[in-house]
Design a protein around this ligand. Structure first.
Ligand code: PLP
Length: 393
């Protein structure tokens, strides 16, 4: 048996995530590896261990135990294999490129919300608006989808052209990150998205197409057709497993270690739903590790209500069907604004509308005792035009 860098293994491309979930869940539950991975003498992966290898890879371990010829028993914790190396950062934050910049911002802070906490309930928020490009949770997927496409999709190296439908945040993230990789980016914005988004994306040197559709997902057919005719890569956050994987490997892992560092066991985690990427990954990670001791609550817009970045489950989401969401809460735009105003005015945090929806979602639960964690996807600067007609008290 030898322990080698995961980079040295030659392996076929990653299969769809649904084929790996059992292996990933088992690794998270046991928190250890109990068998070597079979390779030949040139470190070509054996067919039998294909899924276990990819499960370890998407969890971000740096080393794996390998053997040639037959499997051997081992007992190595995930940390012994470098699972926690994703959390290492340079305290001086000196960055040579976009990948180093985004990692310098991780873990995004976890902060206690005094406005929502009392003797019985302890409420914390993970501030995803402290990501560096779009000031949103979408930097994570923008970066990871690009890195992953270079590894797994030869089309990107040839065309260097990405088309994507976005409600702003993924668009800004891709426009920024594309610079490091010498990519041209075209973003399709639905008509309902705030006007300032066109300027932001154009200032970042990317193209914008305004489309008549209301929701980002409704524009997908158009984007796919254009991408085919221009030989561009439609990176498609709604279907791209790199979305779910980025939140499994980074967002969820960070939150787990942050909570453990202060000896807190979360009773519930509340997330806004858009593609379902972060809510699904967080549910999968925490339920694999801690079973149903952690409840995951998904917040969606109430029927016929528009909250930027969010969608109702029945409009079609991929990963939510592979995981358990304990409760789904409907929130109106008015309630989202009230949630935003409460946290902004009382905690002094400039949170966005979907974060306000998460606050409203928590407050609608019948029992909020214990430790709650809210994921705040972005800040309020992009949404000024939504506040002009409302009374802020
Ligand atoms: N909130 C905002 C502001 C968003 O932009 C998005 C996604 O676009 C979400 C919430 C939902 O996140 P996810 O796509 O991970 O479900």
């Amino acid at each position: 048996m030898k322990i080698i860098s995961i980079e040295h293994i030659k392996c076929p491309p990653r299969p769809p995530i649904e084929q790996l979930l059992d292996e990933v869940s088992e690794l998270l539950r046991l928190d250890r590896v109990t068998k070597t991975i079979l390779v030949d003498k040139d470190y070509n992966l054996s067919v039998e261990d294909y899924k276990r290898f990819h499960a370890l890879k998407i969890l971000g371990v740096r080393y794996i135990p390998v053997s040639v010829g037959f499997e051997e028993d081992v007992d190595l914790t995930l940390e012994e294999l470098g699972f926690d190396k994703d959390l290492e950062y340079d305290p001086l934050k000196v960055c040579r490129n976009h990948s180093e910049l985004i990692k310098a911002c991780w873990p995004t802070p976890l902060i206690r919300l005094n406005s929502l906490s009392n003797h019985a309930s302890d409420v914390w928020a993970k501030l995803e608006y402290l990501n560096p490009f779009s000031n949103s949770i979408k930097d994570r997927i923008g970066w990871y989808m690009v890195v992953d496409a270079f590894e797994n999709n030869p089309q990107l190296s040839t065309s260097r052209l990405i088309y994507e439908a976005s409600s702003t945040n993924t668009g800004i993230a891709l426009a920024c990150i594309g610079k490091s990789f010498n990519l041209k980016i075209k973003i399709y914005l639905p008509q309902t998205v705030q006007r300032c988004s066109d300027a932001y994306i154009r200032l970042l040197g990317s193209d914008v197409v305004r489309v008549p559709e209301q929701l980002t997902i409704e524009a997908i057919y158009r984007v796919r057709q254009d991408a085919i005719s221009d030989s561009a890569l439609h990176i498609n956050q709604f279907e791209n497993d790199a979305n779910f994987i980025s939140h499994l490997r980074f967002t969820s892992k960070e939150l787990d270690y942050q909570l453990r560092s202060i000896n807190l066991k979360p009773r519930r985690i509340v997330c806004a739903l858009g593609t379902s990427g972060h809510a699904s990954a967080i549910s999968f990670y925490f339920k694999s590790r801690y079973q149903d001791k952690v409840e995951v609550v998904g917040v969606q817009p109430a029927r016929d209500e528009l909250i930027p970045g969010m969608r109702r489950v029945e409009t079609g989401m991929k990963w939510i069907h592979y995981v358990k969401i304990d409760e789904l809460i409907d929130v109106t735009r008015r309630e989202a604004i009230e949630g935003l105003v409460k946290v902004a005015s009382r905690d002094g945090l400039p949170i966005g509308l979907s974060a306000g929806a998460v606050v409203a979602g928590l407050e609608k639960l019948s029992d909020i005792d214990g430790v709650s964690v809210l994921v705040f996807p972005d800040h309020f600067y992009k949404y000024v035009e939504f506040f002009t007609n409302c009374q802020i008290t």
